[in-house]
Ligand binder design. Structure first.
Ligand SMILES: Cc1ncc(COP(=O)(O)O)c(C=O)c1O
Length: 321
């Protein structure tokens, strides 16, 4: 055990837990990488640190230059922490449709938060691709006005590099002699899904990797399905749009799995009750997707999931009703 000199040093090195109470050995195994075990309670702390340090190294971010980013809350919280500790001004641009805990948390870490109205037919708690476009316009405007560094999570390669070079190596070390047969991950930018899958495919050449999408925003699974309203409760992703990291990783993913809001909520509740893992909607979606695999072609196999953020971020929503 050692003493840390900054909270920046506590980012990452998250636990890997085998869900042995929820999944009986005869069914197979689900390993959960608890990415919410980080100062900002989400996997995006690592991404923020990587983005800022990469930008410092390659000269894209100068001392005294503000940082701007579009966020559903977690990326913004990660950047708020990293910018506060490194002395950069940070402005987060977020849709009013995301849970209010997120804005409060970013502000607590010193960020300025610009909230953007949703489209007239959008529902609070359900941020659509159209809502995100409005946030993007505002983020671009601010970046120009302030001469800021735009973190640009949907396109910045640091987003996926963190999966390949930080998260996956930890998982491999933690697994010891265990092998993985499948990996599933709910996609926002698709960065962690693609990043982690890239590394796992090198270590386990036969592993199958799947992107997880909301049933009503299944852009990659089947964008022509009749129920494509784009509306769902799984915050942090499912924007029903083309993702740069998925598009440029041709052939890396083996397929896509769709999850309903109910399945994601039930999954999060099962993890809380069964394993005392208090995680959010997208963690519930990942767990539900892994269970679907264990109940079909992957019976008896080892599956990896990430738990992107903490359940405390959703106390104002119906997740825990
Ligand atoms: C709660 C949550 N789950 C999942 C994701 C998706 O992660 P990624 O952008 O790596 O696809 C995010 C992204 O912000 C998120 O906040």
């Amino acid at each position: 055990m050692k003493t840390f000199c900054s909270m920046l040093e506590t980012i990452g090195k998250t636990p890997l837990v085998r869900l042995s109470r929820l999944v009986d050995k005869s069914q197979g195994a689900i390993f959960a990488k608890l990415e919410f075990a980080s100062p900002g309670l989400s996997k995006k702390d690592r991404v923020a640190l990587q983005m800022i340090e990469d930008a410092e190294k390659n000269g894209k971010l100068q001392k005294d230059q503000p940082v701007v980013e579009l966020t559903s809350g977690n990326m913004g919280t990660g950047l708020a922490i990293v910018c506060q500790l490194k002395g950069y001004r940070f402005i987060a641009v977020m849709s009013k449709g995301n849970s209010i805990e997120r804005a409060k948390m970013m502000k607590a870490f010193g960020a300025e938060v610009r909230l953007v109205d949703q489209l007239p037919d959008s529902i609070p708690g359900q941020v659509s691709g159209g809502d995100l476009e409005l946030v993007e316009i505002e983020a671009q405007k601010l970046t120009k006005e302030l001469g800021a560094f735009r973190a640009n999570q949907f396109f910045n390669p640091s987003t996926k590099d963190v999966g390949t070079y930080r998260i996956a190596p930890e998982i491999l070390e933690q697994l010891g002699n265990e092998k993985l047969d499948a990996f599933v991950d709910f996609m926002g930018t698709g960065g962690s899904c693609i990043g982690v899958a890239t590394a796992l495919k090198k270590s386990f050449p036969r592993i199958k990797c799947f992107g997880v999408e909301p049933e009503r925003a299944s852009f990659y699974f089947d964008r022509t399905a009749a129920n494509q309203t784009g509306k769902h409760k799984i915050q942090g992703g499912g924007y029903n749009m083309m993702l740069e990291f998925v598009e440029t990783a041709t052939g890396l993913l083996d397929g896509f799995i769709t999850i309903t809001d109910k399945e994601a909520i039930f999954g999060a509740k099962e993890m809380a009750l069964g394993e005392c893992i208090f995680a959010g909607f997208s963690s519930g979606a990942n767990y539900a997707a892994a269970k679907k695999l264990l109940q079909s072609d992957f019976k008896g196999k080892n599956i990896l999931i990430l738990t992107p953020d903490s359940g405390t971020k959703y106390l104002s929503t119906d997740l825990w009703d």
